[in-house]
Design a protein around this ligand. Sequence first.
Ligand code: SF4
Ligand code: SF4
Length: 322
Amino acid sequence: MEVRRLGKSELIVSKLCFGSLTISALQRNFQVNEAEKLLIHGFEKGINFIDTAALYKNYHLLKDPVKRFGRKKIVLSTKSYAYSRETAEKSLVEALKGLDTDYIDLFMLHEQENEHTLRGHQEAIGYFIKMKERGIIKSFGISTHFIEGVKAATKREDIDVIHPIINYRGIGIVDGTIEEMLKAVKEAKEKDIGIYAMKALGGGHLLQDFQKGLEFALSLAFVDSIAIGMQRREEIDANVAYFETGKVDPELVKKIKTASRILHIADWCSGCGECVKRCQMAALSPGDKACSSGEKIVVDPNKCVFCGYCASACPEFCIKVI
Ligand code: SF4
Ligand code: SF4
């Protein structure tokens, strides 16, 4: 598996990053032993980079496999919505404790939209930069679904890494086209900012076009690593094979294509609408309460990118990506 330095950070990461949202309670809700087997399989295949977030609540699934394989051999990236010094400290302490480690390789601010949102998080950024100086975090970055988020981060000197949404159809980019996103990301890379892309397979939408999705992401020389959510050994094997050789066993591809995802809303939904407000993709809308199916919330499968953010906003815990 190819490895690269992640921009100006000192992190050396595998081209394929293990996106762990898929094994969290927001999606497949893995048990500790299932996660351990899957992650160790990925590490043995050459993946050394894991993407997680405070939101995913899955640190307990990652800590043992990382320790078992060797903490120093793995690059851990997490992110939070911290905006103040206190919330930043809380999220960092949670990550250190939850992952049972004394440093985090990459800490990011989650879902940054533009320079205003970054300014609103300035106190948290200040705290993370101090922690970087003390070696508690090794590098600092942002994740974003916005072209404006990429541009705002590029203007700053304190951001080492950007984690933008990139796929050939532009699925999930909130404020423009894939061409505009690529232009912004390229400019970031020219400033030696590390780039690791998310949702190369559109959060599952492009599974049917698995090879085309990967071919596109891998063709972008300015992308250092590509995070892909995986929940089965076959997915790891197929992705690793494609990343290493550009080819995949057709039997594996068949198995991958059966892994399509849906957003399930349980029937105890109260119709409060919190999820509708939370979704940046406008994929949710209030249902027609007069209709006989009685759905309180309707999911537009063409717009949903299975990010799971709505699930974290649901007070009734009734949303899952399955
Ligand atoms: S947030 Fe949960 S309970 Fe409220 S409308 Fe959405 S799915 Fe239903
Ligand atoms: S998972 Fe939820 S928040 Fe994410 S795009 Fe789908 S409906 Fe929107």
